[in-house]
Design a protein around this ligand. Structure first.
Ligand code: ZN
Length: 218
C-alpha cells in the first residue's frame, strides 16, 4: 500500500527531520528507527494536533493523542493512514472499536451501548477464530518468511513477555494478532517477535502490510 505522507516536493528531496526524508515520493527512514515514533510525527504533520478527528473539539497544546482508526487490538497498524489526532475523551471512549463501530456506539442509548460492546467482543472472537483480520483486504498480503529481511537483534530484556503473548495468541487462534509491516524492499519495519516466532516454528507465510513508498536506509 502507499501510505499518506506530508506535503513534499514531488521532484526532489524534502527533509522531515534527522531520521526521515522524502525523496521523489518515497519516505526514507534511517536505520535504526522507531516506526511508531516516525509515524506519529508524520501523522501530526499531515493531520495537525489541535482538532479532534471524532468530536471536532479544539485540543490544547500538548494534550493531543493519536488514535488508531482500526484499533491495535484488531491488528490495526501504526501507519499514517490508520492514525488520527484525538482528544483524550474520544480516544478512551473509542477504545477497541473501529471508526464505524464507534459512530454506531455514539448514536445509541446508554443501555444499548453496553449490549453493543458485548456483541462486538463476541464478533471479534468469531473473526479471529476464522483466521481473518478486521482490516481492509487491500492493505494485506501473505509473504514468505524467508523473503523478509531484518537487521534487528533480539533484546533479552523484553523478549519473553512479548514472545509469550505471540505464542499464546497463535496457539489460541492459529494466526498472529497483527500483520508485520515491511518496506518496499521487504525490510522489516515492525513485528520482529512475530517474525522470530514464525521462524522458530517453521511457519512459512506471514500476513504483511507492505509500505510501497517507504524505504529504510543505512
Ligand atoms: Zn474528541
Amino acid at each position: 500500500m502507499i501510505i499518506e505522507l506530508p506535503k513534499h516536493n514531488p521532484t526532489g528531496i524534502t527533509i522531515i527531520n534527522e531520521h526521515m526524508k522524502i525523496e521523489y515520493g518515497t519516505l526514507k527512514i534511517r536505520f535504526p528507527y522507531s516506526l511508531r515514533k516516525s509515524m506519529y510525527s508524520l501523522t501530526y504533520k499531515i493531520k495537525g494536533k489541535h482538532k479532534c478527528f471524532y468530536c471536532g473539539c479544539e485540543i490544547s497544546n500538548g494534550k493531543a493523542t493519536l488514535d488508531h482508526l482500526f484499533p491495535q487490538y484488531l491488528g490495526g497498524p501504526t501507519i499514517t493512514d490508520n492514525l488520527v489526532p484525538s482528544c483524550m475523551v474520544c480516544n478512551t471512549r473509542k477504545s477497541n472499536m473501529t471508526q464505524n463501530q464507534f459512530k454506531v456506539f455514539l448514536s445509541l442509548s446508554t443501555k444499548a451501548r453496553k449490549r453493543y460492546l458485548n456483541d462486538l467482543q463476541a464478533n471479534s472472537e468469531v473473526i479471529r477464530k476464522s483466521g481473518n483480520f478486521v482490516l481492509p483486504k487491500k492493505w494485506l498480503e501473505e509473504k514468505e518468511v524467508l523473503l523478509i529481511n531484518t537487521n534487528s537483534l533480539l533484546s533479552k530484556d523484553c523478549v519473553y513477555n512479548k514472545y509469550r503473548n505471540i505464542q499464546e495468541y497463535y496457539k489460541k487462534y492459529g494466526q498472529f494478532q497483527e500483520p508485520l509491516i515491511i518496506d518496499k524492499n521487504n525490510f522489516l519495519l515492525d513485528g520482529f517477535y512475530i517474525l522470530m516466532y514464525a521462524k522458530n516454528h517453521n511457519i512459512q507465510k506471514v500476513p504483511v502490510i507492505t509500505l510501497e513508498n517507504v524505504e529504510v536506509y543505512f
